[in-house]
Design a protein around this ligand. Structure first.
Ligand code: PLP
Length: 425
C-alpha cells in the first residue's frame, strides 16, 4: 500500500526515519544546484550561434534599402514582421517590433496608462485613487512584481485547466470600475502549462466591464514552445475582441528570448490599429529607433532556420528534462496521495502542489541540502500562496544528470514534510 493516508502511525514513523536518512545522505553530497528560474540551457543557446555569423560587414541594408546601422524604423523592420507575425498569429500590420524584452514592453505600457491613460481612458490611471488587476494564479512572479511596483491591487483568480475562472472574472469586472486589467499567459502558462480554451478566450474578449478602459495584457511568451507533436491550440484574441466590439481591449506580447538569445533577442507587441498609432507616437518621443542590426541578424538567421524547425530542436533538448522530472516524481511520489503535478504540452515549467501548508518547508529543506527552487509563494500575488502548497519546477537549465538528483531530493523533502504533517494530525 503506497497511499500515505492509509498507513498506520508505525509505518509512517518507519518511513520518516528512512527518508530522513536519505536526506542526510544528500546533504553530504554538497550539492549546488539552482532550479529557480526558467532559463534556456547553454545547449539551447548554442542552437542560435549561427546568429553571430548571420550579419556580415557590408550586409547592413534592409529590404527597403535603408541602412540598419543608422537611426529610424521606430516600429521594426518589415521583413522581420513578416517572419514574426505568424508566431503571434497576427497580421504584420498589427505588430510593433522593438527592444529586447517583452516584460519591459509590458512594464512601459502600464507606465503609459498611469501617465497618460489609454485611448479609451477617461483619465490617466495615476489620477484615480485605486487601480485593480485580476491575477490568474498560480501565475508569473514578475507580472505580480510589476503590479506591486505600480501599486496596482491584485485580485487572485483561480487558474483552472481551461484558463481563469471566468464566472469569477465576469462577475468582478461587471461590478467594479477600478478593475482595469488582467495579465494572462494564455499558452503553456507559467507555471501550470495550461492553454486557455476557445470558450475562455471568447468570454474574455466579450467581457462586459464597468471600466471603459479595461485591458487584457496577453503575454504569449510560449506561443511556439511546444514539447509534443500535438501542440495546444489557442484562439485568436485580437480577432475575438474585434468581433466582440472591443477592438482596443487587448495588447499581445511576445519575444524571441526563448527562441534565440534570452536578453539579446527581439521583443514585440501586437494590438489594434488605433492602439498602434497611439503607441507609435509615444515610442517616437522615447527613442529615435530600435536596434535594427539585431533585428537584421534575426531576419537573416530565421530565413535559413525557420522558427518551427528551430523550435523542434529546442524541444528535442528540453523534452528529456521534462520526462526526467515527471518520471522521478511518479517513481518517488506516485499514488502516495501527497502531491499532484502538471504534465504540460509546452512551455518552460511544471507546477507541483504539495499537501496544504507544506510548500515553504519543502523549499527550505531542499535549499539546506543545496538545491535552490523558486521561492514558495512566488507564483501568487504578494508572494503569498494562501494554501502554501505550490512549487514551480523549472527543468530547462540544469544538465540532465543534475536535474535527476535535484528531483530525487525534492521528492524526499516533500515526503518528509508531508509525513511531519500527517504524524501531527
Ligand atoms: N513572460 C513570461 C510568461 C515569462 O515566463 C518570461 C520569462 O520567463 C517573460 C515574459 C520574459 O520575457 P522577456 O525576456 O521577453 O522579457
Amino acid at each position: 500500500m503506497n497511499d500515505f493516508y492509509s498507513l498506520a502511525t508505525d509505518s509512517l514513523n518507519e518511513k520518516y526515519q528512512h527518508l530522513s536518512q536519505r536526506y542526510q545522505e544528500f546533504k553530504t553530497k554538497n550539492l549546488k544546484l539552482d532550479m529557480s528560474r526558467g532559463k534556456p540551457s547553454p545547449e539551447q543557446l548554442d542552437l542560435s550561434n549561427g546568429m553571430f555569423e548571420s550579419l556580415k560587414s557590408r550586409d547592413y541594408h534592409t529590404t527597403d534599402g535603408n541602412d540598419a546601422r543608422n537611426y529610424g524604423g521606430i516600429d521594426g523592420l518589415s521583413e522581420l514582421k513578416t517572419i514574426l507575425a505568424p508566431y503571434l498569429e497576427v497580421d504584420s500590420k498589427q505588430l510593433i517590433i522593438t527592444g529586447n524584452s517583452s516584460l519591459a514592453l509590458l512594464h512601459d505600457l502600464i507606465a503609459r496608462a498611469f501617465i497618460h491613460g489609454f485611448i479609451t481612458s477617461p483619465l490617466p490611471w495615476s489620477k484615480l485613487p485605486v487601480i485593480r488587476f485580476l491575477c490568474p494564479t498560480p501565475g508569473y512572479d514578475r507580472h505580480f512584481s510589476i503590479c506591486e511596483y505600480f501599486k496596482i491591487e491584485m485580485i487572485p483568480i483561480n487558474l483552472n485547466a481551461n484558463g481563469p475562472d471566468m464566472n469569477q472574472v465576469e462577475s468582478l469586472v461587471a461590478q467594479d470600475e477600478t478593475i482595469k486589467g488582467i495579465i494572462c499567459v494564455p499558452k503553456y502558462s507559467n507555471p501550470t502549462g495550461i492553454t486557455y480554451s476557445k470558450e475562455t478566450v471568447l468570454r474574455l474578449a466579450a467581457l462586459n466591464t464597468l471600466a471603459p478602459d479595461f485591458k487584457i495584457f496577453w503575454d504569449n511568451a510560449y506561443a511556439v514552445h511546444h514539447l509534443t507533436k500535438t501542440p495546444d491550440y489557442l484562439a485568436n484574441i485580437l480577432e475575438a475582441t474585434q468581433k466582440a466590439g472591443y477592438p482596443d481591449r487587448v495588447f499581445i506580447f511576445g519575444s524571441t528570448s526563448k527562441i534565440s538569445f534570452a536578453g539579446a533577442g527581439i521583443a514585440m507587441i501586437a494590438t489594434s490599429e488605433a492602439n498602434l498609432n497611439w503607441l507609435k507616437k509615444q515610442l517616437n518621443i522615447q527613442s529615435i529607433g530600435p536596434d535594427k542590426l539585431n533585428q537584421l541578424r534575426h531576419v537573416r538567421f530565421f530565413k535559413d532556420n525557420p522558427i518551427a524547425v528551430h523550435m523542434q530542436k529546442h524541444a528535442e533538448l528540453i523534452r528529456p528534462k521534462f520526462e526526467t522530472v515527471l518520471a522521478t516524481l511518479e517513481q518517488e511520489l506516485g499514488s502516495k496521495n501527497i502531491a499532484t503535478w502538471t504534465n504540460p504540452n509546452g512551455g518552460y515549467f511544471i507546477s507541483l502542489d504539495t499537501l496544504d501548508g507544506c510548500a515553504q518547508k519543502v523549499v527550505q529543506l531542499a535549499k539546506e541540502a543545496g538545491v535552490i527552487l523558486t521561492n514558495a509563494g512566488a507564483t501568487f500575488p504578494y508572494g503569498k500562496d494562501p494554501r502554501n502548497r505550490n512549487i514551480r519546477i523549472a527543468p530547462t537549465f540544469p544538465p540532465l544528470s543534475e536535474l535527476k538528483v535535484a528531483m530525487e531530493l525534492l521528492a524526499i523533502c516533500i515526503q518528509i514534510v508531508s509525513l511531519e504533517k500527517l504524524l501531527k494530525q
